[in-house]
Design a protein around this ligand. Sequence first.
Ligand SMILES: Cc1ncc(COP(=O)(O)O)c(C=O)c1O
Length: 371
Amino acid sequence: MSLDGIRKAVLNVKPYVPGKTTEEVICEKGLSHVIKLGSNENPYGPFPAALESMKKELVKLNTYPDVSFREIKVVISDIYGLKAKNVCISHGAEGMLQTLGKVFIESGDEVLIPSATYPLYTEISSLMGADILTVPMKDDFYLDMDSIRKAVSPRTKLIWLNNPNNPTGTMFRKENLDKLLEEIPSTCWVVLDEAYAEFADQEKLPDISAYIEKGKNIVSIRTFSKAYALAGARIGYALCREEIAVIIDTVSEPFNANRVGIAGALATLQKDMKQCAEAISKIRDERTKLFRSFTEVGLDPVQSQSNFIFVTTPFDAQVVSERLLDRGIIIRPCSGWGYSRSIRVTVGTPDENSLFLQELAFVLDSLRKDD
Ligand SMILES: Cc1ncc(COP(=O)(O)O)c(C=O)c1O
């Protein structure tokens, strides 16, 4: 069949490979119980008020949501000491990333992308016809902010940064972002994807509100999919200067978030923050324990500021992942990022984590015997 007429940029885009779902694995492997530690979801939600509010919203699904998303924009802006006009709502952080690609990238523009980061930045940039300059990681696992700064040219339109970074879980020092924003030309923009920021030491995060108030060329993206435990509700948002927010809202399709998702997100922020903070605290505690368990068995984890841990084993990551999958555990091999022996594991509940560690020990043992 002919693909004549399809844009070249579209044909060049490699499909995004999402983590496997529990349903897929149950079906493929004929298992009755599966633990999903592959998509960095929050196992403790949705939180109670969000659930209640989403249920109540169902009867209104015959009508469109408020196209201006006024109420949730006000609540979000209050958290950051900004104005509602500094907030844009989207269908997940992914929806916002797509919109930002459309807002900033002309065909032939140069964009900078760290070599091991969230793959959607490359997909969106390719789709928009950008020239992608890949900046290697520093010491394997860290965004190299000095090299990124040095790589900026008059042709650089967009710099995609993820902090904490997926898949490594590392953060850059905020002083390095200050420097970058001081130096970039007025035609260059930073997209700062902070999807996992709530799991990080808060004092290490850059002050996005201060940047916005100073008129810096930055758009920060956040999501309700991770800390707020609403991945299925698909709500994300951006924080930026007012005049950019108007452009983002113009480019986004109208009604780009649904009633039920907005109701859940709003209720989480207004009524569930105690439960949410407790969940974050449990995840951070479990992250410390998981890290320690990895080192105790001689593996090489990277200190994480996120709700997942990147860890290197002595064996091929695809093989380790497949064998874990056979035993009902979904994790992410990091081979696609160039780390042939590393995996990314979401921090689950204490029970999930101990079962994972038990199965991992079994798999590594069996691989040692095969060697
Ligand atoms: C770095 C990063 N940004 C964005 C997203 C997408 O988030 P959302 O579910 O809000 O679309 C993810 C999802 O895993 C992510 O890891």
